[in-house]
Every structure is written in C-alpha cells, then in structure tokens.
Ligand binder design. Structure first.
Ligand code: 0RQ
Length: 501
C-alpha cells in the first residue's frame, strides 16, 4: 500500500544518503523516538557515514541531538560509534553513548521529559535546524499519521527550519486514530488550562502537521522498533510488587482512593513489570493508566480486561508483543491514546488526575532523598526521564529498588545520597524486597527509623541506625535532619575504592 499519498511530499522521496546531506556540522537536530519506539531507522546511519568520512578527512562534524527519550541502535548507537554527538538531551540508554557521556566526550543535559519541548520553545537550546521524524503515513492532504511514539515530534516539526520525514511501513497503516496531538500549547503569559479530566479524553487531533515547504526529504523504510527484552520477574521484584499492591489495598480500605484505584504510571524495568503482573492477579478492576510508556504487561493488563484505558506517549514492547499488537491494532482504538510527551507527562494533568506513580531508584538516603541517575554522584546511568514529572505531582508515589546492589556489596539505603533527583519533599513511599516505608506526613528522624527498619537489608541495618543515632546525639542544635558531614558520604567513598559499602 502506498503510504505517501500527498503529491508534493511524494515528489520529495529520496535516499537516506541524500536526505542526510541536509544536516550540517554543528546543527541542532530534533529526532523522533521514545524508549526505542518511533525513532528514524535510516537517516541517522547515513548521517553517521557522512560524519565518519568527515572525521577521516580531519574535519570537525558533530551534532546536538534532541529526541523524545531513548532511541535505538539506529540513532544513538550509530551516532555514538562515529563520535557524532556533541550535546544530547533529554534521556539516553544506549551503552556506547552512556560511556561517552561518562568519559566527558558528550555534554548531556538530563531533563524532565515533559520540560524539553517548552525549553526549546523558550529558546534555551538555540534554534532547531533540522527535524528527522518517523511516521506511519502521509495523507493526501499532507497530514502525518504518527507511529508507535509521539514524543516531542509536534514541537520538532513546528520549530525546525528543515524537516526530513521517514515513512516506515513496519508501523500498521491502521495507527490512524490512535493519537491525540494537542495544538493548543502556548508560551507564557498566554497559556490556558489543559483540560484533560479523564485519562482517555481527547483534546487534540489524530495527526501531526507539517509545513510542506519545510520538508527537504522523504525517506521510505520498513524496519521494526527496538526489541525491549525484560528479565523474568525474580523473587525480589515479586516481593516488591507484593508489598506495593498490599499497600494499595490498604489505601482503598482507608478510604483514600476508590476501588478502581487512580490512574497508574509505571516506569520501565523489571519491578514495574512485576507490579503490573501482580495487578493482573489482584482483585482490582476498571483500572486506568496515565503514563508515558506502554510495556508488555500494561498491554496484557488491558487485554485481560482489568485495565480500561491507557494514555501514554510511546510503546516499549518486546518484538513478539509488538507484532501481536500490530496485528490487532484496531481492537485497541478507544482504549489507548498516544499524546505528545509534554501532555502525557504534564504536571497539571498528573496532579488533577491524582496519578499513582511507580518508579525505580538507585538509592535513597535515610531522610528520603532519592537518587535515580548517578552512581556515586558522578556516573550517569540513564537520566531522570519522566520520573520527576510524575512523582512530584502524583497523588501517591513509590520509589522501588532491591535493598542491595552488586551481589549485596552496596546498600540502596545510605546515610546521604551523593546526587538527588527526588527530594524528601516529594517522596512518599519507599519499597524494597525487605518491606515498604510510608513516609507521608513524617518528619526526618521518624522517616529515617522507618526506612532503616523496613527497607534496609539486615546486613546494613545496624550500621545505618548507628550512623543516625550518633548524628542525632552529636547535633544538639541541628537535629531536624542530623548528619555527620565527615562521614555522610563515606559509604560511597568505600564503594568507589573497594566496591563495597
Ligand atoms: O548496573 O547493569 O552495570 O549492573 O544500576 O539497575 O537493577 O538493572 O535496575 O533496571 O530497575 O534501573 C534507577 C537505573 C533502575 C532506572 C534505574 C546499578 C545496577 C545496574 C541498573 P549494571 P537495575 P532498573 C520511566 C521513568 C530513572 C528514569 C525513570 C532509571 C544499573 O529505574 O533509569 O525512572 N530510572 N524513568 O547494578 C550502584 C546502587 C545501584 C546501582 C542499581 N545502589 N549503587 N549501582 N545499580 N542500584 C521511563 C522513562 O522515563 C523513559
């Protein structure tokens, strides 16, 4: 089936190599892509070849790359391979790129996912030279049918001087109707309320718009999204899922939320997957989800009839489940909406709907400051992603992690975190396989005892109590959240030198 039915844009079909020639050294490029879904599959590799050739010839050629979130081997992998990225935002997961960031070769701006689009509108990132956007089809009137993610595509298409479109027929043509692209965003002081009152409420259009005069090239591809594999849930993640679901039961019986709970957001990863699997076996019904990423188990929850609807910005599926979804896409219409990430993760809506946010963490300190991104305060893992968008504005948030890492050598509960992504003011509930600590309406010392007693691994519990007790005893005029500053980061110091806390 012909996916490019607009004559003006059909006339611009060309090869990836010719398309990539429109990208110049130093350009800021906005590409599609979110958690391995909907990123361009051909032009970035062609660009990488050009960059490689330029470097061989002794020329400087790197770009500044903005996306929705992580992409795939075809984007971050290819461009990292040729040292083609100077600056990157807002989220990464590619191992080669992570290495370059941690080697100091790539400047990485770790940004809340709902914030990047507006920051580019505000001009914080300078001008956007080129957009490279993957879509499922171009309609006769020139409107674009998005594919498996929306991300920041609306903003990149609106703001870029030049646009390159990749039309990928791996995405079913029947994607048409599964998206809700909001065109009402404005800059302050002209902003208006974003009136989403229900996760599945439509406020926009099913299509992306593009000024055909800006389109410099159209490329055809036929390539799958990233295969997002997950480890089968282990005992620890099943224990965490169990604690969390029991906690939700308790909240319902305390009258703090309805039996159908409140809209769920879950981060990506094995614990989130285990929680979703646990919910499938629970008594909860008519659940909804206001989230950013649709993983296998969220889709399964929808298939099982436990979950009524999902609002997100992207998929992050295994190849097998993606193929199944693509075959049955029509049956999901009216139950799934993909939105731009500035809306899927919008603080106003997260707060209004009362989202239950579940996200992973590296570690928390005894007062509830959470580190989600930087090992030993310095080494980037992925980035904050959408965890801050959701957690800070959630009705209820959970941060989950096994109580230890690296075969028990490191504790996920520490005296002081060396990097803070979520502050004590934002964090509600900490979950490890050991137990669950409800920090709502607690003061720091109460919080410390609760986290240590319920969440810390027994191997570290006494030492954590000892640290807290001595800090309290010594700080006679600073007991609100007492610390021994000379010792607070000694656990990380030891981790850095000996690999053990
Ligand atoms: O490193 O692979 O080298 O061993 O951190 O840890 O156990 O695989 O855990 O996949 O759940 O990721 C916080 C990173 C957890 C994730 C984080 C090491 C560990 C391993 C990963 P290795 P695991 P998970 C929605 C929301 C921020 C973004 C977010 C994350 C690696 O949840 O990126 O929430 N969150 N987005 O060994 C030292 C510790 C450690 C540690 C783990 N205490 N000390 N290293 N590790 N704990 C998605 C989006 O926004 C797109």
């Amino acid at each position: 089936m012909n996916r490019i039915t607009n004559p003006t844009l059909a006339a611009k079909v060309t090869t990836p190599d010719r398309a990539a020639e429109h990208i110049r050294p130093g350009d800021t490029v906005g590409m599609s892509g979110f958690t391995g879904a909907g990123h361009p599959k051909a032009v970035p590799a062609a660009l990488a070849e050009r960059i490689d050739a330029a470097h061989t010839a002794g020329e400087d050629f790197r770009i500044n790359l903005l996306t929705g979130a992580s992409t795939g081997e075809e984007v971050d992998g290819e461009l990292a391979r040729v040292n083609g990225i100077a600056k990157r935002a807002p989220f990464v997961s590619d191992p080669a790129l992570r290495k370059q960031i941690n080697a100091g070769d790539v400047e990485y701006t770790d940004t809340h996912l709902s914030h990047l689009a507006q920051q580019v509108w505000f001009g914080f990132h300078g001008s956007l030279d080129v957009a490279v956007i993957e879509v499922a089809a171009i309609l006769p009137n020139g409107l674009l049918v998005p594919g498996s993610s929306v991300g920041n595509n609306k903003t990149w298409l609106d703001l870029a001087d030049k646009v390159i479109l990749e039309v990928n027929d791996w995405h079913p043509r029947e994607y048409e109707g599964l998206h809700d692209v909001y065109y009402g965003t404005k800059l302050p002081p002209h902003r208006r309320p974003i009136e989403i009152l229900d996760p599945l409420q439509r406020i926009g259009d099913p299509y992306l718009r593009v000024d055909p005069d800006k389109v410099v090239a159209v490329v055809q591809t036929s390539a799958p999204d990233r295969d997002n594999t997950f480890a089968a849930p282990d005992d620890a993640s099943e224990a965490m899922a169990g604690h969390l679901i029991d906690f939700l039961r308790h909240e319902v019986s305390a009258g703090r939320m309805p039996k159908s709970l409140l809209p769920l957001q879950s981060g990506v990863g094995n614990v989130a997957n285990a929680v979703l699997a646990g919910l499938a076996d629970s008594e909860f019904e008519h659940l909804t989800s206001y989230t950013e990423v649709i993983q296998d188990n969220l889709l399964r929850l929808l298939d099982s009839g436990k979950l009524d609807s999902i609002s997100a910005t992207s998929f992050s599926l295994t190849r097998e489940v993606a193929a199944e979804f693509n075959r049955n896409i029509e049956s999901y219409k009216g139950r799934i909406l993909l939105r731009p990430q500035e809306i899927s993760n919008h603080p106003e809506i997260v707060r209004r709907l009362g989202v239950i946010a579940i996200n992973g963490m590296v570690e928390t300190d005894i007062y509830g400051h959470v580190n989600s991104t930087e090992i030993n305060g310095s080494k980037m893992i992925n980035g904050i992603g959408g965890s801050g968008d959701f957690a800070r504005n959630a009705f209820l948030n959970f941060f989950v992690s096994p109580s230890t890492a690296k075969n028990g050598a490191l504790s996920a509960i520490v005296p002081m975190v060396p990097h803070v992504d979520h502050t004590e003011h934002d964090v509600h509930v900490i979950v490890t396989e050991q137990g669950i600590a409800d920090l709502r309406a607690t003061a720091p010392n109460e919080r410390a005892r609760r986290i240590i007693d319920t969440c810390a691994h027994p191997d570290f519990r006494d030492r954590l109590h000892d640290y807290h007790d001595r800090a309290y005893a010594r700080s006679t005029t600073a007991r609100h959240a007492p610390h021994l500053l000379e010792e607070a980061l000694s656990w990380h110091q030891r981790a850095a030198t000996d690999g053990r806390m």
